[in-house]
Design a protein around this ligand. Structure first.
Ligand code: C2E
Ligand code: MG
Ligand code: MG
Length: 545
C-alpha cells in the first residue's frame, strides 16, 4: 500500500520512530549533563550520538539540523549547576558550530557511501552486454513475485545462430541484433520486463493481468524476426530464435526452478529451428530419463554392461551366409535393455561414441579370430559413426589393431549411415577413401533415409548399399517396389552389391530375388545372435544348404 507522499506507510512509520528515538536521546543527554553538574563535565560530548545517528538516517542536512538544535539546547544548561554559573555565549555558540560541522560532514560522508553502494548495486544488476537488467535482477524480481503470490509467465528467448553470425558476418552485429530485439520487446512488454540472461538469451517477465495481450505481441515480434531475412548494418541474414514459455501458478518456490522450466521448454524441437514452445512436463521427464542414461552410459563399459550381438546376412543368389553385422547391446545394471538408437545418439552427442566404437571393434576382432580358430570364416560389418571417421585417434588405433592382429582388412566392413553422409563434406569423403584404400569394405547403411540423391551417391566411395527396412516393409506397395527395383539396378550398373535390411517374410524374399537383390538381412533368417547362437546357426544353415 502507498501513501499520497509516494512512500510506503511502513517507511513513514519507521521514520517517525527514528525521530522519536533521536528526540529522546537529545533529552536524555541534556538530562545527564544537568544531573552530572553541568557542561563543564565531558558528558555534553554524548550529544554526538543523536547527531551522527540522524546524519546516518537522513543525511547531511539532518546532521546539520540536529547539530544546531543539540548545540543550542546544550547552551541552555549552566556551566556549573551547583554554583548556577551560566556558559559564556562564545562557548555554546562555538560548540553548536562544531556539532553542526560534525553532523553535516558525517551526513555528507554517509550520503556519499550510500550513493557509491547504490551505483555498485545497480552495476551488479546490469547486464555486461546490453543496457538491460541481468539474471541477478531477474531472480530478485522473481523472488518478490513469488513472495507476493503473483502468477506470471516467464519467457526465455534464445537466439540460436548468433555464433554463426559472429563467425561468418560480423562480431558487432550480434550485439546490435539482440539490442534491437530487446528494444522491440521493451516497447511492447514494458521497460523493466526484459532481462539479459546471457549474451544470446533474453528473458521476458509477463505479469498475470496482461498475459494474453503481451503474449500475442511478443509472438508477433518474434515471428517478424524469423519469418524472413532481416537487414541490419548493411547485411541481410536470418536469425533463428527458440522461445520457451513457462506459466507460473505458484508451484515452485525458487526463481531458479522457474527459470529452468522456461529454458527446458525451448529445448523442444530441432536445435537450430525457430519455434515457440510451452513447458511440457512429459518432455522434462524424458529429459531426466536421458540424463539418467547419460550418467550410466559413461560407466557402462567399465561395468561390463555392453556386449556385441551378430546378425547374419544371407547371399540369396548363392544361398550362403555372406557375413554378419555386429550390433552393440547395453543392459543397464544387467537388467534394463536400452535401445541402441537411444544410447548411440546420446553417446554421439556427449562424445562417448568413440569409446563404444573402440569396444565394439575390439570385441569383433577377438570374435573373428576365435571363429577363425573354429573354422568359421565370416566377414563382419561394424557400424561406424561419423564422429569416429573424423577422429584422428580412431584411424590411428584401427590401424594399430590391424598391424597387431592376424586379421584381413577385407574381412571387415564399415557401415556408415546414409543420413550423415554429405557428399560435399571433403574431410569425411577423404576419410572414406582412406579406409577403402586401406582395404576395408564400405557399406552405405539405411539407404533412402538420408538426403543423398542417386546422382550424388556416385561421388561417395562404397562397395555395398543397404536399403533401409522402411522400404522393405512396404514392398507390397507398387511404387515402393518400383523404387527398390531401380535402386538395385542403378547400384548394379556401378558394380555395387545391394543388401536389403529388415527382411521379415518369404514374400519379401521372392520380390527381392526377382529384382536381383544380392543379400538380405532380417528376422526372416535370424535375429541378432550371441556368438554361441551364431555358431549354431552357422552349422545348421551350412548343413541345410
Ligand atoms: P542398423 O545398423 O541399420 O542395424 C539394423 C537394425 O535393424 C538393428 O537394430 C537390427 O536389430 C534391426 N533389424 C534387423 N533385422 C530386422 C528385421 O527383420 N525387422 C526389424 N524391424 N528390425 C530388424 P538395432 O540393433 O536396434 O540397432 C539400431 C541402430 O543402432 C543400428 O541400425 C545402427 O545404426 C546403430 N548401432 C547399433 N550398433 C552400433 C554400434 O556398434 N555402433 C554404432 N555407431 N551404431 C550402432
Ligand atoms: Mg548397420
Ligand atoms: Mg541399417
Amino acid at each position: 500500500m502507498h501513501s499520497i507522499f509516494g512512500r510506503s506507510d511502513k517507511s513513514i512509520r519507521m521514520n517517525l520512530i527514528k525521530m522519536l528515538v533521536i528526540c529522546f536521546m537529545i533529552v536524555a543527554v541534556l538530562q545527564t549533563v544537568y544531573l552530572t553538574g553541568g557542561t563543564k563535565k565531558a558528558f555534553v560530548q554524548l550529544m554526538f550520538i543523536p547527531i551522527i545517528l540522524s546524519s546516518l538516517f537522513w543525511g547531511a542536512y539532518a546532521g546539520l539540523a540536529v547539530g544546531i538544535i543539540g548545540g543550542i539546547f546544550a547552551g541552555t544548561i549552566p556551566l556549573d549547576v551547583s554554583q548556577d554559573i551560566m556558559q559564556d555565549p562564545i562557548n555554546w555558540i562555538s560548540r553548536s558550530i562544531i556539532f553542526s560541522i560534525i553532523g553535516f560532514t558525517t551526513g555528507y560522508l554517509f550520503d556519499k557511501i550510500n550513493r557509491l553502494n547504490a551505483e555498485k548495486q545497480e552495476r551488479n544488476l546490469k547486464s555486461p552486454f546490453y543496457n538491460l537488467p541481468n539474471a541477478q535482477q531477474l531472480f530478485y524480481d522473481l523472488e518478490n513475485r513469488i513472495k507476493a503470490g503473483e502468477h506470471f509467465r516467464l519467457v526465455s528467448i534464445k537466439l540460436t545462430n548468433l555464433y554463426e553470425i559472429e563467425k561468418y558476418i560480423d562480431n558487432k552485429l550480434t550485439f546490435d541484433i539482440v539490442e534491437n530485439l530487446a528494444k522491440k520487446l521493451e516497447h511492447s512488454c514494458g521497460r523493466k520486463a526484459v532481462y539479459s540472461y546471457e549474451k544470446d538469451e533474453l528473458i521476458v517477465l509477463i505479469c498475470d493481468f496482461c498475459l494474453n495481450e503481451y503474449e500475442e505481441k511478443l509472438k508477433r515480434i518474434l515471428d517478424n524476426y524469423v519469418s524472413s531475412p532481416i537487414k541490419m548494418n548493411g547485411y541481410k541474414f536470418r536469425v533463428s530464435i527458440k522461445v520457451g514459455i513457462y506459466l507460473y501458478k505458484g508451484e515452485e518456490t525458487t526463481p531458479i526452478e522457474i527459470y529452468n522450466k522456461a529454458r527446458i521448454a525451448y529445448e523442444q524441437g530441432e536445435p537450430n529451428k525457430s519455434g515457440v514452445y510451452y513447458y511440457d512436463r512429459n518432455f522434462e521427464k524424458k529429459r531426466r530419463e536421458n540424463q539418467d542414461i547419460t550418467g550410466a552410459l559413461l560407466e557402462s563399459i567399465i561395468k561390463n554392461e555392453m556386449y556385441v550381438v551378430y546378425q547374419p546376412k544371407i547371399d540369396i543368389v548363392n544361398n550362403k551366409i555372406s557375413g554378419v553385422e555386429a550390433l552393440v547391446r547395453w543392459k543397464r545394471n544387467g537388467t534394463d535393455y536400452i535401445e541402441p538408437n537411444i544410447f548411440i545418439t546420446i553417446a554421439e552427442e556427449i562424445g562417448f561414441i568413440n569409446k563404444i566404437s573402440e569396444f565394439v571393434f575390439k570385441s569383433v576382432t577377438k570374435q573373428i579370430m576365435e571363429w577363425k580358430s573354429k573354422g568359421i570364416k565370416v566377414k563382419c560389418s561394424v557400424n561406424v559413426s561419423v564422429y569416429d571417421l573424423l577422429d584422428e585417434y580412431y584411424t590411428y588405433w584401427v590401424n594399430g589393431i590391424f598391424s597387431d592382429e592376424d586379421i584381413d582388412r577385407s574381412d571387415f566392413e564399415i557401415e556408415i549411415t546414409e543420413r550423415v553422409i554429405a557428399y560435399n563434406d571433403k574431410k569425411l569423403l577423404d576419410k572414406m577413401y582412406y579406409f577403402k584404400e586401406k582395404g576395408f569394405l564400405i557399406s552405405i547403411d539405411d539407404f533412402g533415409t538420408g538426403y543423398n540423391s542417386l546422382m550424388s551417391i556416385g561421388e561417395i566411395p562404397f562397395d555395398k548399399l543397404k536399403i533401409d527396412k522402411y522400404f522393405i516393409s512396404r514392398l507390397n506397395r507398387i511404387e515402393v517396389a518400383e523404387l527398390v527395383k531401380s535402386i538395385i539396378q542403378y547400384a548394379h550398373t556401378f558394380g555395387k552389391i545391394v543388401v536389403a535390411e529388415g527382411v521379415e517374410n518369404e514374400e519379401q524374399i521372392k520380390i527381392l530375388k526377382s529384382f536381383n537383390c544380392d543379400e538380405v538381412q532380417g528376422y526372416y533368417f535370424s535375429k541378432p545372435l550371441m556368438p554361441e547362437e551364431f555358431e549354431e546357426f552357422y552349422s545348421k544353415f551350412n548343413k541345410l544348404s
